[in-house]
Design a protein. Structure first.
Lengths: 127, 224
């Protein structure tokens, strides 16, 4: 069963999939999607490291995400703090290009208590 | 440190795209293209909560009236707002001694610093916990050499008559999270009266790590 976050790329890809073009091949792999002469490649294949910043009230105010491949520069990093299956905080930041160093800090809105978070997910859209 | 990638979403995407391709391919020559749309998904799901309880590895206090004296070997630490004999306590813990080791990307849920009253409180006062921003040595630090500190992390009020053995706590979750991730260097904390400089202040006395009981303690709960 897909979670909401996992549905997001699905929707995007479905949107693109209905743009039927001239003869082209299609390949797919866990980290690579390709169609015709416009290959689609996920920019990072080995995951990220998440480090939280917590204020004096015990709330998560931001998350520093590192280990992002430099090729993700130019994309948008969207982060969600999760409690069980529910999102309890989120934020996004544009990754600079050129000059992306592989680390980005996402300011979190809603700022949940650290006791209310069990997981964190991130999606890089693009570049 | 964990680097976890969950390609589930991409697999789902791939499967759906392949499914569509199969359907489309069964008819007339047709295909699809996905332009300029790349997605990278990563999820970090934390493990079950753990608790680490630490006893101070260093503690002492400094006294304004005895500005070159060190009290690191005593069984008590004193805090006093008196303008002449102002006293401030310092305490430090070694998070690296938690077993198992707290990963640098762990999520700290709570961190509570505990001091135990060793002489009944003679006044109602509020005490501030501040993160030390420079190093200090238990056996040598004095009023004149005390380290700089950051802003107030937490404040706790102790009321007149608080009895011996009472545990006074400060919450330092954010500080400990920063220590764990390396965003801040773990140099311990200073505890002082929130309103120093009064006349005829009286000290509040806590047990130090050299005492037989009631040693300063830090309790950390976290998700590895």
């Amino acid at each position: 069963m897909l979670r909401p976050l996992q549905l997001a790329p699905l929707v995007l890809v479905l949107g693109g999939a209905f743009q039927v073009a001239a003869a082209a091949s299609l390949t797919a792999a866990a980290a690579r999607l390709g169609a015709g002469t416009a290959p689609v490649l996920a920019c990072d294949g080995d995951g990220f490291v998440f480090k939280h910043v917590i204020d004096t009230a015990g709330r998560i105010t931001s998350v520093t995400v590192s280990g992002i491949d430099a090729s993700c520069g130019g994309g948008t990093l969207r982060l969600t703090l999760v409690n069980g299956s529910a999102g309890v905080g989120s934020g996004s930041v544009g990754l600079p290009s050129p000059g992306f160093t592989g680390t980005a800090t996402v300011t979190v809105s809603a700022q949940p208590a650290s006791t209310a978070v069990t997981a964190v997910s991130a999606v890089v859209e693009g570049p | 440190m964990n680097r976890i990638r969950r390609p589930t979403a991409l697999r789902a995407v791939a499967l759906v795209v392949l499914g569509l391709a199969s359907q489309i391919g069964s008819g007339a020559a047709a295909s699809m293209s996905i332009d300029n749309a790349a997605l990278t998904v990563a999820t970090r799901t934390y493990g079950a909560q753990r608790t680490c309880t630490l006893v101070a590895v260093a503690d002492t206090y400094v006294n304004k009236a005895l500005a070159t004296s060190n009290f690191g070997g005593l069984t008590t630490v004193l805090i006093n707002a008196d303008s002449t004999t102002t006293e401030r306590a310092f305490v430090r813990f070694d998070l690296s001694t938690c077993s198992p080791t707290i990963p640098s990307d762990a999520l700290v849920r709570t961190a509570t610093l505990q001091l135990t009253v060793s002489v009944a409180a003679l006044a109602t006062r509020t005490y501030d916990l501040r993160r030390a921003t420079a190093g200090w040595v238990e056996s040598t630090v004095t009023w004149n050499s005390q380290p700089a500190v950051a802003g107030v992390t937490a404040s706790t009020t102790v009321t007149l008559g608080t009895v011996v053995g009472s545990v006074v706590t400060w919450t330092a979750t954010g500080d400990v999270q920063a220590y764990v991730t390396g965003a801040s260097t773990d140099l311990g904390w200073r505890i002082g009266d929130a309103s120093e400089g009064i006349a005829l202040g009286t000290p509040l006395t806590f047990s130090s790590r050299e005492a037989a009981t009631g040693k300063p303690t830090l309790v950390v709960t976290y998700l590895p």
